[in-house]
Design a protein around this ligand. Structure first.
Ligand code: SF4
Length: 250
């Protein structure tokens, strides 16, 4: 197995403008989860990495120091953690950069939206509860563990992610699930999410990095416009039946 290449780097800034929320913070460049469809691999072009996606992480060791300075002079706004690479990927256990950034943001009472695929986020539950305005989302793309393994082999199981949402939600945090990219066999998810999320966001597959996975496993039907339109109808019905708030992004 190829090993991970971890490099400590010093960033110039840490709070960036975002099109989704006001700002985004990315303590890590690269992602150990290495999802087959990941759109974030575009950053290889900007960082000069030649390694396979999922095999490198640059750790911004000065992230907290930069943030401490930047929150003093930037206009307060909602921070998305993270817009590009998973803030709770395994390396966060060691470096705790996401945690340190959250501590600073909570001291300054900035609103945050955390988004991850990792149960490690529950480590910071008490800290997340200190915010007056925070929400935490887990991304879950299918209801079938076999499909999950094909597209996201290095990520936690569907059950672990649902249990994490449950834990966060029952502690009083606002939670959401991001079903994106919507993969095959996601229908069963809705029933499992009832009472564990405040809202649901759904998007289709917008990239072609994982086309080979669909082809290799005879799943091409799940890449078509017809599939997404049909799922839109079925998921809407299931979500409305459960009286859950939702939004389709396609
Ligand atoms: S967890 Fe997110 S950022 Fe990381 S590889 Fe998967 S899709 Fe990309």
């Amino acid at each position: 197995m190829t090993s991970m290449i971890i490099k400590e780097v010093c960033a110039k800034t840490i709070i960036s403008k975002s099109k989704v929320h006001d700002y985004t913070i990315n303590p890590y460049i690269g992602c150990e989860h290495g999802c087959t469809y990941c759109y974030a691999r575009f950053i290889k072009r900007f960082t000069g990495h030649k390694e396979e996606w999922g095999r490198f992480v640059d750790v911004k060791i000065n992230a907290a120091r930069l943030l401490q300075r930047e929150v003093e002079w930037k206009k307060r706004g909602r921070v998305w953690i993270s817009g590009v690479c998973d803030p709770y990927q395994p390396i966060e256990r060691k470096y705790r950069l996401t945690r340190r950034c959250l501590e600073i943001l909570s001291e300054h009472n900035w609103p945050i939206t955390v988004q991850t695929k990792s149960p490690l986020v529950a480590r910071d539950l008490k800290l997340l509860k200190r915010f007056t305005n925070s929400e935490v989302g887990l991304t879950i793309t299918t209801g079938d563990e076999n499909i999950r393994k094909l597209f996201e082999p290095n990520v936690s199981s569907i059950n672990d992610r649902i249990e994490t949402l449950d834990k966060l939600h029952s502690s009083g945090l606002t939670t959401f699930v991001m079903i994106a990219p919507l993969l095959a066999r996601a229908n069963g998810l809705v029933a499992q999410l009832v009472g564990k999320v405040d809202y649901v966001l759904i998007d289709k597959m917008n990239y072609h990095h994982a086309d080979w996975v669909y082809r290799e496993h005879a799943l091409e039907y799940a890449m078509t416009r017809r599939f997404f339109n049909q799922k839109k109808v079925e998921l809407s019905e299931a979500l409305e039946k459960e009286k859950m708030s939702y939004q389709f992004l396609f």
